[in-house]
Design a binder for this molecule. Structure first.
Ligand SMILES: [Cu+2]
Length: 127
């Protein structure tokens, strides 16, 4: 009986030792925050004047991208179709976030607002 409870204790401890580094890794992988604003039918990095800017990402990083729609009466979203990343469609004054892991390789993708993909879009540079 005593041997059995020691065995159980050892198993529990072994499991904890195996799980702890995973938990620590998850805690360290806090996503990098990127905020985009959709206004006047273009995307902007919050506080910057360049429309539809290049979005620079690092290989393998975790990102939380927030889109704020400041175009009253116009529906916008944000999507990187090649990565399967997308926010819901937002009405004016709404915002939403999407968290994703950037693929581990240098690459270029295109981001768009799906309802206005010809006008609203730009490059995502993973480097
Ligand atoms: Cu749009």
């Amino acid at each position: 009986m005593r041997v059995r409870s020691i065995t159980v204790a050892v198993l529990v401890l072994t499991a904890l030792v195996a799980i702890l580094p995973l938990l620590a890794t998850a805690a360290r992988q806090q996503p990098r925050e990127i905020t985009l604003v959709a206004k006047k039918m273009a995307f902007y990095v919050e506080g910057r004047p360049v429309p539809n800017p290049i979005i620079h990402l690092k290989p393998g990083e975790r990102v939380r991208l927030t889109l704020k729609n400041e175009d009253k009466g116009v529906l916008h979203d944000f999507a990187i179709r090649d990565l399967g990343v997308g926010t819901p469609t937002l009405r004016g004054a709404e915002s939403a976030s999407v968290v994703f892991d950037v693929p581990p390789k240098t690459a270029e993708y295109r981001y768009v607002c799906r309802p206005h993909s010809k006008m609203m879009g730009g490059r995502v540079a993973v480097e």
